[in-house]
Design a binder for this molecule. Structure first.
Ligand code: BGC
Length: 255
């Protein structure tokens, strides 16, 4: 597909188990093509992941702006951490690796996965038109965070790595911890509550948005949280990363 329409971009969401992509209409946050999912290669080395990115773009015959999420600190295209991905990514220019692997005339813009989800929720989802400070937290393999002020993103906040009771917070309260330890939502919600109260104390947000796979079960655990800040489940669910990545490719946040 060609890029006669400058509001369209290809969004790619890179996660620990799957790499998903689609063409996005960034004016309304809808997917223009069906979401394609390819399992994340193991090990998830730069070369192997770049090949999947290229396959997705070739499959859609896409030659235009491309945005990709990455589950690490991304400073001007370069990975500065690798909590839940292959360590060989640290200090890799992810932007350059993907751009090189992509079909010609395709420039790839990379940003942190939770930051992408936060941008999408702020523009089209649970935080649409919300003024003030919004914190999005994604509960998955780790905990991702996005901090927005009047819809403007402050990237790479990494609030999942706050130290809480002597632990890395995501090692206590990520959704994967609940699954691995076969915890009930009630037990797990106690940890999430403790964690979110801590974040609340530090940032006094106007709204929390909670995302990740567990957001579809929000009714089971959101009512168990005891916070002063309103909390809303993410609305774009598993499309938020793709949509936010595509938005960032057009707007090129923080470049
Ligand atoms: C990483 C973050 C990422 C989050 C969610 C954390 O372990 O440090 O960069 O956003 O997981 O994938």
């Amino acid at each position: 597909m060609d890029v006669a329409d400058t509001s369209r971009a290809f969004g790619i969401d890179i996660g620990g188990s799957g790499i998903k992509g689609a063409i996005v209409d960034t004016t309304d946050g809808t997917l223009v093509t069906k979401r394609v999912r390819i399992p994340t290669p193991r090990p998830s080395t730069p070369k192997a992941v770049a090949e999947v990115v290229a396959t997705l773009l070739r499959g859609a015959d896409w030659h235009g702006p491309v945005g990709a999420t990455f589950p690490a600190v991304i400073q001007h295209g370069v990975a500065r951490s690798a909590a839940n991905v292959d360590k060989s990514w640290i200090n890799t220019d992810v932007d350059a690796v993907f751009t090189e692997a992509a079909p010609s005339a395709t420039d790839v813009y990379v940003l942190n996965d939770a930051d992408a989800a936060g941008l999408a929720e702020a523009r089209f989802g649970a935080a649409k038109d919300v003024r003030g400070v919004v914190i999005m937290l994604t509960f998955g393999t780790g905990i991702g965070s996005a901090l927005l002020m009047n819809g403007v993103l402050v990237p790479n906040t990494e609030l999942g790595h706050l130290e809480l009771d002597g632990h890395d917070a995501e090692k206590r309260a990520a959704a994967s911890v609940r699954e691995e330890n076969k915890m009930s939502y009630k037990e797990w919600a106690k940890r999430v509550d403790r964690y979110m109260n801590h974040v609340q104390r530090l940032f006094t947000p106007d709204l929390f948005v909670v995302g990740g796979g567990v957001s579809k079960d929000a009714a089971k655990w959101l009512p168990l949280l005891n916070l002063d800040t309103p909390v809303k489940p993410a609305q774009l669910l598993n499309e938020a990363g793709i949509v936010g990545a595509a938005m960032a490719a057009i707007e090129r946040h923080g470049e």
